[in-house]
Design a protein around this ligand. Structure first.
Ligand code: SF4
Length: 388
């Protein structure tokens, strides 16, 4: 049994208009103290977690860290020496046999010297926030990079020996059209990344664009956002073209060439343990879930004061675990084995799928249920119905 480590780096160069994450634009002078705080958090995790009421079972010490994920934010903004030092602290603290170390990066932040330093630190997978190959869409969304940065960055990574690359795309950016979306997919497929994530634009109060869509206004091009139906069609086109190009659709938003599904992210969907370090990072020990406070300055101060600023600590009951199995299991295209759930939890959930099955929203083969492929774009409605 293994576990994953997530490192949150909540800093960005600017704030994208659609972003609803807790990230900030701060002076680069704050990067080194933050990386030091993360390292202290890693080295002293057990005693500090215990003082917050979180007791990692002794058996946790016998587990091996095999995946590390630097997410954000824009972790590629950190000096590679900071990233290497954080990986060094992980190796010193835990039994480690890394098989996947991912760094989220923005294409314009990639330079050869940096990429070589990432590779020599042990980073072997880069996840790029490409989002679109249309400069009009990128500009409207407040992204720092442009289409040509992607073409510049990929050969640099290859030259540095990093060949496992993931691209994110967003369906529903302002000014996106069926033609521009098709073009983004075609350009992405021609560049042949090993992994692709396709997200639908999230509309909520947490982003400036989302707020404008809900309340009105013209500063962030809300009126140029495609309709929900158009977004659903974009998603379905992505599924079709990526399948033809040899990508396996393994999770609602994720596609991979054979052998390149994200080992780290699979742990989330399979309810395997992971520890998160940094401001806002989430953790799951198998019996408890918790998150660190979002504010990066408060996080650094708390670490300096000998604490970990834990929030949202929850014990995961057997009932909670079963609900998580359903929700996370259905996100995976492989589906859920109801017979396995019955064995593990001693209860049958067959009845909860009956109406979804009769309305064609889920499909069944033997004891396995999965989302119907022609209804993947309305998966949230299925989840709401299931959890009712
Ligand atoms: S780069 Fe990512 S995390 Fe940073 S503001 Fe943009 S969308 Fe948000």
């Amino acid at each position: 049994m293994s576990f994953g480590i997530y490192i949150q780096v909540p800093f960005c160069q600017t704030k994208c208009t659609y972003c609803n994450f807790h990230t900030g634009v701060v002076s680069s002078a704050r990067f080194a103290p933050y990386a030091d705080a993360v390292r202290t958090n890693i080295r002293e995790h057990r005693v500090r977690l215990a003082s917050e009421g979180i007791v990692l079972l002794e058996s946790f010490e016998s587990l091996t860290v095999d995946t590390v994920y630097f997410g954000g934010g824009t972790p590629s903004l950190l000096d590679p020496a900071h990233l290497a030092a954080i990986l060094g602290s992980i190796r010193e603290t835990f039994r480690s046999e890394f098989r996947e170390v991912t760094l989220e990066a923005d294409p314009e932040t990639v330079e050869l010297a940096k990429a070589e330093a990432w590779a020599s630190a042990g980073i072997d997978r880069i996840s790029f926030g490409v989002q679109s190959f249309s400069d009009v869409e990128l500009k409207a969304a407040g992204r720092m990079h442009r289409r040509e940065d992607v073409y510049r960055a990929v050969p640099i990574l290859h030259a540095a020996g990093i060949r496992n690359i993931s691209f994110d795309l967003i369906a529903g950016l302002p000014h996106q059209t069926p033609d521009s979306w098709r073009n983004s997919l075609d350009e992405l497929i021609a560049l042949a990344p090993q992994h692709v994530s396709v997200y639908l634009l999230e509309v909520d109060e947490g982003s400036r664009l989302g707020s404008e869509i809900l309340r009105g206004g013209s500063k962030y091009s809300a009126s140029a956002v495609p309709s929900d139906d158009a977004m659903a069609e974009s998603y379905d086109l992505a599924r079709t073209l990526l399948a033809v190009a040899g990508y396996d659709h393994y999770e609602i938003s994720n596609f991979a060439k054979p052998g390149f599904a994200s080992a780290h992210n699979l742990k989330y969907w399979r309810r395997e343990p992971y520890l998160g370090f940094g401001a806002g990072a989430h953790s799951f020990s198998g019996t408890q879930r918790w998150a660190n406070a979002h504010d990066s300055a408060a996080y650094v101060q708390a670490i300096a004061a000998g604490r970990i600023p834990v929030e949202q600590l929850e014990a995961v009951s057997a009932h909670d675990a079963l609900e998580e199995e359903l929700f996370l299991g259905l996100r995976q295209l492989a589906g859920i084995d109801l017979a396995r759930l019955q064995d593990s939890y001693g209860v049958s959930v067959e009845d909860r799928f009956k109406s979804l099955e009769s309305s064609g929203l889920v499909e069944r083969s033997g004891s396995v249920v999965r989302l119907a492929t022609n209804h993947l774009s309305i998966s949230n409605e299925v989840f709401v119905e299931l959890m009712r």
